[in-house]
Ligand binder design. Structure first.
Ligand code: G3I
Ligand code: 9MR
Ligand code: ZN
Length: 529
């Protein structure tokens, strides 16, 4: 068992820094500079911390005092040293770049060119007309990003990925304006905005022009076999009926996009706004108890969400922030008076709405509601802090769900929201702890981003990676899921503790798949830590 566990990438210079030791370990530890070979710090471990989730006893090794940039490891007598890590202010630059490039590599409906994609280049895929479910009518819905390890394209997933990326860009334009080596790199527009626009253009095709409603998804009827490149999935494409969550999320991100593209392409920005308003209006008349359900003959991702209150609220908040129109403000106020909802994931999107309302500057806001909202964000962050403080790895959740890594990343961002409001560094430090968890300081001792760190997933549930027998670099995998949602974890991890229900196996789609909205979530976290 690996006993000394650190972030495999690194720690920012001025941040809190800690590693975890477990099992039978001595009382002290050392930090060694790998370039000079010298021990630069000796510290005492914390008292033992019982870790029920992981079924182990942990000790925290705090080395915050080490601030000299360089390459290091942690060592302790009788144990194998930790994997190497860096201290510095640019430690996350490379992983950020890799995570951002993933989106180009997931492009659908166009040739993905070798000069940008290397071994993951492929001819155009999924470019036949798609049939609207239950009819003989077909539509051209080419474009967008493949969702995940499968090749479906789903609006709710897309919307959250787009929102995360735009927020990341807004938080740290210097880092997120970088050259991504994509076909649009020659344009004057930041590459991230070009990449996001590729998704938005597809989303626009998914709106019914007459009614404004937005189709839930376009996929084949089922998932293809595993080692299949996108161009080889040739079954009929089927568009599933509109849903409220898709329509509302669409309205929200189109309203958001209007603000980001106005300076670069006013025509496009205005098109986004018109589409947002149409979707918002359409949503008013939609009623879908229980949320979207797969038609009987379709088995691809369902993204079923029985509550659409948060999606409607997010749409209202973005439209208000963009237009200042009173009717949207009324809808925002009405919802806030009923209750405040949090969440940056695909089921719970309330935090996007909260962030939009809290950052509305151009138009009047209700100061009392702002105060309540801020308090609620801080309360929620305190709850996350409560979980994180009980866990030596800083894990901020009560359980390990499918895509637990996304929840961890989203919690980082939420904790940062509380830091923005209060200025208290404990929230910022807790946000950073979440990133350390994702990049290696976890009970599995795995850096969950492919191609990064010393030990990262090599067999992700990702069809192009399976087809090329090599993990595409820059993908965040889902992480531990104590629900045993696939046969692989059921067979191979039967007795594993919740935190250890993770396996680097191609067949484990519940723990080792990747998605656009998991990558975007860690990018959003990286934009603020
Ligand atoms: O809603 C319940 C909640 O009430 C309960 O407390 C909690 C306890 O585990 O479970 C919640 O339901 C979960 C649901 O997501 C909503 O969060 C399910 O357990 C969980 O299994 C489900 O996982 C989703 C999975 O699809 C299966 O539907 C993942 O979030 C979602 O990311 C994943 O998405 C798939 C697409 O369908 C297809 N493409 C790949 C993608 C990634 O695996
Ligand atoms: O590959 C599919 C993955 O993208 C989904 O997240 C997952 C759950 O919906 O399903 C995967 O496909 C599997 C299917 O559900 C069951 N038969 C095996 C498929 C490939 O492992
Ligand atoms: Zn495709």
């Amino acid at each position: 068992m690996i006993q000394i566990i650190a972030d495999q990438i690194g720690y920012k210079t001025g941040s809190r820094k800690s590693a975890v030791l477990r099992g039978n370990v001595p009382k002290t530890f050392e930090v060694k500079n790998l370039q000079s070979g010298k021990v630069v710090y000796t510290g005492s471990l914390s008292e033992p911390v019982k870790n029920e989730h992981a079924g182990e006893t942990d000790y925290i090794a705090d080395f915050t005092d080490v601030t000299e940039p360089g390459e290091y490891c942690i060592q302790a007598e009788g144990c194998k040293p930790s994997m190497p890590f860096a201290i510095g202010d640019h430690v996350y630059d490379q992983v950020t770049h890799d995570l951002l490039r993933f989106f180009y590599l997931q492009r659908c409906g166009v040739e993905v060119q070798e000069k940008y994609a290397g071994v993951f280049a492929h001819p155009s895929c999924h470019d036949t007309p798609a049939r609207i479910h239950g009819t003989n009518q077909t539509l051209d819905v080419r474009g967008g990003w493949h969702d995940a390890g499968d090749y479906g394209r789903y609006i709710v997933a897309a919307a959250v990925a787009v929102a995360d990326l735009l927020l990341a860009y807004e938080n740290d334009p210097a880092q997120f304006e970088q050259d991504l080596n994509i076909p649009e790199s020659t344009l004057a527009v930041p590459d991230l905005l070009s990449e996001v626009r590729f998704e938005l253009e597809w989303m626009l095709k998914m709106q019914i022009p007459e009614s404004g409603e937005v189709y839930h998804k376009v996929t084949c009827a089922g998932f293809p076999d595993l080692p299949v490149m996108p161009e080889d999935e040739r079954e009929e494409l089927i568009i599933c009926p509109p849903s409220i969550t898709a329509t509302a999320d669409f309205a929200a991100v189109m309203a958001m996009a209007t603000r980001f593209y106005m300076d670069y392409d006013e025509v496009f920005a205005k098109r986004c706004l018109r589409a947002a308003i149409k979707a918002y209006d359409a949503m008013q008349g939609m009623f879908l108890p229980g949320g979207f359900k797969n038609p009987k003959d379709i088995v691809t991702g369902e993204y079923c969400d029985s509550s659409d209150v948060d999606e409607r609220y997010w749409a209202a908040a973005e439209l208000y922030k963009t237009t200042g129109e009173e009717r949207y403000h009324e809808d925002v106020r009405r919802q806030l008076k009923k209750g405040i909802i949090h969440g940056y994931g695909w089921t719970d999107v309330g935090s996007f709405g909260n962030a939009a309302y809290l950052s509305t500057r151009q138009y009047p806001v209700d100061e009392d509601l702002i105060k309540q909202l801020e308090q609620s964000v801080v309360d929620y962050a305190n709850m996350l802090l409560g979980y994180a403080r009980k866990d030596a790895y800083g894990f901020s959740l009560p359980e390990y769900e499918w895509g637990s890594n996304m929840y961890v990343a989203n919690n980082a961002y939420h904790l940062y929201d509380a830091y923005r409001i209060t200025g208290k560094s404990e929230y910022l430090e807790a946000a950073r702890e979440q990133v350390h968890y994702l990049l290696g300081r976890n009970a599995n001792a795995v850096c969950f981003v492919t191609g990064s760190g010393t030990v990262s997933p090599e067999n992700p549930h990702h069809r192009p990676s399976a087809a090329k027998r090599q993990a595409m670099c820059g993908m965040l995998v889902g992480g531990p899921d104590e629900g045993f949602h696939d046969a692989c974890t059921q067979e191979k991890l039967r007795d594993a503790a919740p935190a250890r229900v993770y396996i680097d196996d191609l067949d484990s789609y519940s723990t080792n798949e990747v998605t656009i909205y998991w990558n975007s979530a860690i990018l959003m976290a990286l934009s603020v830590v």
